[in-house]
Unconditional design. Structure first.
Length: 367
């Protein structure tokens, strides 16, 4: 069943609604088990930087997926690491044969993997276990799968960012069964909580009458928040309010809402000729981040949806460090668009999106 409290005039964009409970659920995540050491930091970028500090004595060469974000690449480069890339299939799974060829050619000390959009896109860990048996460190970036029920059992480190799933001032994670010593952590910038809470409040005000003045006000505040978080490369602890929000969230509700929204969209548009869903929801263990699609004229569809107040991000634009000329890779970066399906929304919002996609198809003659 869909759980919808309100119908929102816009779909997507920045989160603003948050909950702080007197009861903190410390059993939400697998890394909260006693066997894991963990640090809550200001960002996912901070978490990757922390890994570099822990592995400062290692050979500084990391192998990353070819489809990734600059904020994953840059912390390694900033710490003096050499970066190389392995290719993916169009469904974001790892081509194991090509992966191993790259692995043997590059001889990295660290391999990082993503579970894209909350899905288990890795599935078989055996090839990673083979790398681990050679002494290679395995890192799973769980940013997109924080609320999914699967994770790599063979990973040495887990890193992630929380801000993609709900309204939170800041938040990153590094977890491992290994020691997390040798990491110097500074206190959180005290301005973060105040700026974030003001941004959330201004956006809630905007929905009362939706004037351009109020839209500009909340956008400026969100921009200020992002600047504060990224203003320096220091490893800083998570803010107090951010940690309270994390452990106040209703994880089961988040998972179910996202699954229901994803399934509704998938069933409605799977036969459209001009859209191809990237991933099929086949498991109850998955909490999807977005509904990613491939579409030929991405900018046209994105603009059409934006005009109807449905804001679909591009995850990600091709980083400048990715130089490989490869048809599959180029297609991912040039044609993927992400439709919001998060817990803020339910059946009404999904129906709105389906109607827009149907109308677009009819108008363009592409269904």
């Amino acid at each position: 069943m869909f759980k919808v409290i309100e119908m929102w005039s816009e779909v997507g964009s920045d989160f603003w609604k948050y909950t702080i409970s007197d009861y903190e659920n410390n059993e939400l995540f697998f890394w909260e088990g006693n066997e894991y050491n963990k640090l809550y930091l200001k960002s996912g970028r901070n978490a990757i930087k922390a890994i570099c500090k822990v592995l400062s004595e290692c050979k500084k060469k990391v192998m990353l997926p070819i489809y990734t974000c600059e904020t994953v690449i840059e912390p390694f480069i900033d710490e003096g690491w050499e970066v190389c890339f392995y290719k993916l299939n169009r469904d974001l799974s790892i081509d194991k044969t090509r992966f191993m060829l790259t692995y043997f050619a590059e001889q990295p000390s660290v391999v990082l993997v993503h579970s894209y959009f909350g899905f288990n896109t890795i599935k078989d860990e055996s090839f990673l276990e083979s790398c681990k048996s050679d002494g290679t460190i395995i890192v799973e970036d769980i940013t997109q799968s924080l609320f999914s029920k699967h994770y790599l059992k063979c990973a040495d480190f887990y890193v992630g960012s929380f801000r993609k799933f709900f309204a939170i001032p800041n938040g990153g994670l590094i977890a491992s069964k290994r020691s997390l010593e040798n990491i110097e952590i500074e206190s959180c910038d005290k301005a973060i909580d105040n700026v974030a809470l003001k941004a959330f409040k201004l956006k809630s005000y905007y929905f009362k009458d939706e004037t351009e003045e109020k839209k500009l006000a909340f956008r400026e505040q969100y921009e200020l928040l992002n600047k504060i978080i990224s203003k320096n490369n220091k490893i800083e602890e998570i803010s107090d309010i951010s940690k309270k929000i994390i452990f106040s969230c209703e994880s089961d509700s988040i998972l179910l809402s996202r699954q229901n929204n994803y399934s509704m969209l998938f069933e409605a548009i799977k036969e459209f000729n001009y859209i191809k869903p990237v991933l099929n929801l086949k498991s109850n263990n998955c909490a999807p981040l977005y509904f990613p699609i491939y579409v030929d004229n991405r900018e046209s569809l994105q603009s059409y949806l934006r005009d109807a107040n449905v804001y679909c991000p591009i995850i990600w634009k091709k980083p400048m460090q990715v130089l490989i000329e490869d048809v599959e890779t180029e297609y991912m970066y040039e044609h993927m668009l992400c439709i919001p399906i998060d817990q803020r929304y339910g059946e009404d919002e999904m129906k709105k999106i389906i109607k827009l996609l149907t109308d677009y198809a009819m108008n363009k003659g592409k269904r």
